[in-house]
Design a protein around this ligand. Structure first.
Ligand SMILES: NC(=O)c1ccc[n+]([C@@H]2O[C@H](COP(=O)([O-])OP(=O)(O)OC[C@H]3O[C@@H](n4cnc5c(N)ncnc54)[C@H](OP(=O)(O)O)[C@@H]3O)[C@@H](O)[C@H]2O)c1
Length: 172
């Protein structure tokens, strides 16, 4: 099973503030939905809380917490009490790829084991953000695909879809 991180981060690697996202990019939401549909998504308890503790439809939502018993019992929500447990649950789904979807704490722990990073780079800076994506080491990951997107009436910021692949790993 491939482990992929999916993230939208600003030029200064900001990803969130006050347990919310920093921008509205409808095309990025569409990209995220198409990419992850039908697949296991792994997230931290705070990211799950930021979605009003409602699972993403059409996906297996694996939520990591040191106290998973506090998570509401819901269809398509699989609680995990460690990262290893979350990965084991994702593997049990028999999917070829699992998507780690945040937040900052979970990305920091998973970047070491990631095969691929789907990075939406938002061309803006958020110095007041409180949650960040770790720097990508470009000796370990290489960009294999990038698409530049301009700002428009629905997207206040320009952004870029980048796919980073771990050096030495082949694509699916
Ligand atoms: N821009 C993006 O792409 C993106 C994506 C996702 C989220 N975000 C943003 O990121 C922010 C949330 O990120 P965050 O770093 O504050 O929190 P987080 O990573 O979503 O969740 C942290 C929580 O996960 C649990 N956890 C972490 N490591 C664990 C481990 N090894 N074993 C068991 N449980 C573990 C703990 O839950 P307990 O406290 O319950 O033990 C911890 O408090 C929000 O602002 C959100 O909007 C942005």
């Amino acid at each position: 099973m491939m482990i992929s991180l999916v993230v939208a981060a600003s030029e200064n690697n900001a990803i969130g503030q006050d347990n919310s996202l920093l921008w509205k990019l409808p095309n990025d939401m569409k990209f995220f939905k198409n990419l992850t549909w039908g697949m296991p998504v792994i997230m931290g308890r705070k990211t799950f809380a930021s979605m009003a503790s409602k699972p993403l439809p059409g996906r297996i939502n694996i939520v990591i917490s040191r106290n998973p018993e506090v998570l509401p019992i819901q269809e398509n929500v699989w609680p995990a009490n460690t990262l290893e447990h979350a990965l084991e649950l994702a593997r049990s789904s028999d999917c070829l790829e699992a998507f780690v979807i945040g937040g900052g704490e979970i990305y920091k722990q998973c970047i070491a084991i990631a095969d691929r990073i789907y990075m939406t780079r938002v061309h803006a800076r958020y110095p007041d953000a409180d949650t960040f994506f770790p720097a990508i080491d470009d000796s370990l990951f290489r960009i294999e695909n990038a698409i530049d997107m301009s700002a428009d009436e629905k997207h206040a910021q320009a952004y870029r879809f980048e796919t980073w692949q771990r050096v030495g790993h082949t694509t699916l």
